[in-house]
Design a protein around this ligand. Structure first.
Ligand code: DCT
Ligand code: MG
Length: 512
């Protein structure tokens, strides 16, 4: 049987206090991880260098006091490339030979832009052929290394390259509708890389050094750069199949198999589905259709918070120490979502056991439960580690449609999400909301939280990274080290990132 490593019981040594911090480096948040600048004092002067270093740090750049191995960019003023190189060699500092030598103009433009801009030819200090043999700047002109794994990138909510990523996402979705996995993954990964960029793509040169962008993807980006649109994407959007699948799969309970079946039956629109009286619908689909308009109008952050509050209040009545956490898109900072994902646990062993059934009963008695599907846990400790990928996870969970009263939602202004509601909805004092309740034992909570925060692309790459780079297996329940043949415990998401040797990525930066 697999061993479970117990946490060390030896008290941790106290960290020595930092007696004095000589630079302001520690006071500023580092925004651009992965790049470290070093400003050459030669011909720049001490006071100007100090001023520029302070300015750079204020802008979120890491600036080293000394030339150390971690330095990625050497910034020089009034020096030629050869002069810098000669100085580095005479000072025996050539060990830092994996970095770029750039002119101060690059640094000042970065300060103006507020982020590390692409290094152009004019920023690069020229080094004579005979000198350059001992100095190898990276092949790519891209100044920020972009990893092929989403879990090694920071992807904020705001996507400044949406014109490109929307196009790639539509093509990926279309491949999904054709159940064509290979190209779907290719387009999703490429889109995800672009979502992590901190500057807009203005020319094809900006793609240099970026991973996972093959010729086909580049062709699409080029067309959008030149024409402002891509014919292939427009064709897909106008295709009968894409339009029908888009509508069908947005119905709660309808997956690809059902959509395919309906499409083959000649059905194309929501009206077709509603009008086909002999169509066999599963209970979930029936209610998905009944409340389609409400569910399709998206859940606002206020509504999500109201649901969280409501569920918390119910649970705390019978399990006061239960922990209810909002996950999914809302945890990543989104303002709207298609549902509310709530993760529920209890720090007491077994304390979570009856929470779901009791909560469902209370909701039923309150007359709020428009629909629910309860799935018992299929987690089997003896069958671990499991390779099965057929289900998202094995937790006890319930998919609900809840009746949320308008008066329970804090609103600052009348709701306007661009969705015109039918008279029926306008006259009601409630809205149907899709809610997922997921119950986890406390020792699996960190894994469940990481898995349910998403995005799905971020999750896929975390698992891929664990398997390919670390010989580990990660799922929503555990992390298994195949080399050591043991499960690695984690109390927090930070622990999981640390086990994987990854820098921690905040939920707001997981919008891959
Ligand atoms: N998830 C996943 N893989 C999937 C589906 C979901 O890893 N195939 C995880 C990541 C997100 C989380 O579950 C919740 O799923 P959704 O609610 O579908 O995603 P979301 O990001 O919350 O999207 P939305 O904001 O539209 O609800
Ligand atoms: Mg969600």
């Amino acid at each position: 049987m697999d061993r479970v490593r117990t946490p060390a019981l030896v008290p941790m040594k106290k960290k020595p206090k930092l007696v004095h911090v000589s630079t302001s480096f520690y006071h500023y948040e580092v925004k651009f991880k992965g790049i470290v600048l070093y400003l050459l004092e030669r011909k720049m002067g001490t006071s100007r260098r100090n001023f520029l270093m302070e300015l750079g740090r204020k802008r979120g750049f890491q600036i080293a006091n000394e030339l150390r191995d971690s330095v990625t960019h050497i910034v020089a003023e009034n020096n030629s490339g050869d002069e810098v190189l000669a100085w580095l060699q005479s000072a025996k500092l050539i060990k830092a030979n994996a970095c770029q030598i750039v002119d101060i103009s690059w640094f000042t433009e970065c300060m103006g832009a507020g982020y590390p801009i692409q290094i152009e030819g004019r920023h690069q200090l020229q080094v004579r052929e005979d000198c350059s043999a001992s100095f190898n700047p990276p092949v790519s002109s891209s100044c920020v290394h972009v990893s092929p794994y989403a879990c090694q990138r920071r992807t904020p909510l705001q996507d400044i390259n949406r014109i490109f990523t929307d196009a790639l996402d539509i093509l990926a979705e279309n491949y999904e509708f054709w159940e064509n996995k290979g190209p779907r993954v290719k387009f999703m990964r490429a889109s995800s890389v672009l979502k992590s960029l901190q500057s807009p793509i203005a020319s094809m040169k900006d793609l240099e050094g970026l991973p996972l962008l093959g010729e086909e993807i580049k062709y699409i980006i080029e067309e959008i750069l030149e024409e402002g649109k891509c014919c292939r994407v427009l064709e897909v959007m106008n295709s009968e199949r894409y339009k029908a699948f888009k509508v069908f799969t947005s119905i709660f309970g309808v997956g690809l198999k059902t959509a395919e079946k309906w499409y083959r039956m000649g059905l194309r629109t929501l009206e077709d589905i509603k009008n086909k009286k002999d169509l066999k619908l599963r209970s979930m689909q029936k209610y998905g259709l009944l409340y389609f308009e409400d569910i399709a109008s998206y859940v606002s952050k206020m509504e999500a918070e109201a649901v969280e509050h409501l569920v918390k209040n119910i649970i705390c009545e019978f399990v006061p120490d239960a922990i209810v956490t909002i996950t999914g898109g809302f945890r990543r900072g989104k303002d709207t979502g298609h549902d509310v994902d709530l993760l529920i646990t209890c720090p007491r062993e077994g304390g979570e056991k009856n929470i779901l059934h009791n909560t469902i009963n209370v909701l039923k008695n309150q007359g709020r439960l428009l629909f629910y599907d309860l799935i018992e846990s299929t987690f089997d400790d003896k069958k671990r580690p499991s390779r099965s990928v057929d289900a998202l996870d094995h937790f006890q969970k319930s998919f609900l449609i809840l009746k949320l009263l308008n008066k329970e939602v804090k609103t600052e202004k009348p709701r306007d999400d661009g969705w015109s509601r039918s008279e029926d909805i306008e006259s009601r004092d409630w809205k149907a909301i899709r809610v997922d309740l997921v119950i986890t034992p406390h020792e699996q909570y960190a894994f469940a939280l990481l898995g349910w925060t998403g995005t799905p692309q971020f999750e896929r790459d975390l698992r891929r990274y664990a398997t390919q780079e670390k010989k580990m297996m990660l799922d929503n329940h555990a992390l298994y080290d195949k080399t050591k043949k043991l499960f690695l415990r984690a109390r927090t998401e930070e622990d999981i990132f640390a086990h994987l040797g990854l820098e921690y990525v905040e939920p707001g930066e997981r919008n891959a």
